[in-house]
Design a protein around this ligand. Structure first.
Ligand SMILES: [Zn+2]
Length: 103
């Protein structure tokens, strides 16, 4: 639950910056993934809001997403996730520190 509240805060902050607080009025698309904490082994689910979480990368040919996940097991390991999507919003690359992706 702790992880979720952090992800939500992050998403809402981004939304606010982008749209001045007004939510988008159409169907949502999410990329859902799971990570396993390196320290305690907890499985944490995260998701990318494909409409709001994507930022253009430095080259301008795709999107970059960065997330920090923290589990609910009081181990306080921060798991940093970075994902690259193509301009067609297909996942190209993902990297993680502090945990592993669960396929
Ligand atoms: Zn942990």
């Amino acid at each position: 639950m702790i992880a979720w509240s952090i992800v939500r805060k992050e998403t809402m902050g981004f939304l606010k910056n982008l749209f001045g607080g007004s939510p988008a009025q159409h169907e949502k698309h999410y990329y859902v993934y799971q990570v396993k904490c390196n320290r305690c082994g907890e499985i944490i689910e995260g998701r990318v809001d494909m409409d709001n979480d994507l930022s253009w990368n430095d080259e301008g040919d795709g999107y970059l997403v960065r997330k920090t996940l923290i589990g609910g097991n009081l181990c306080f390991q921060q798991i940093e996730v970075e994902m690259t999507f193509s301009s067609q919003r297909e996942l190209i690359e993902k990297t993680i520190t502090g945990g592993k992706f669960v396929e």
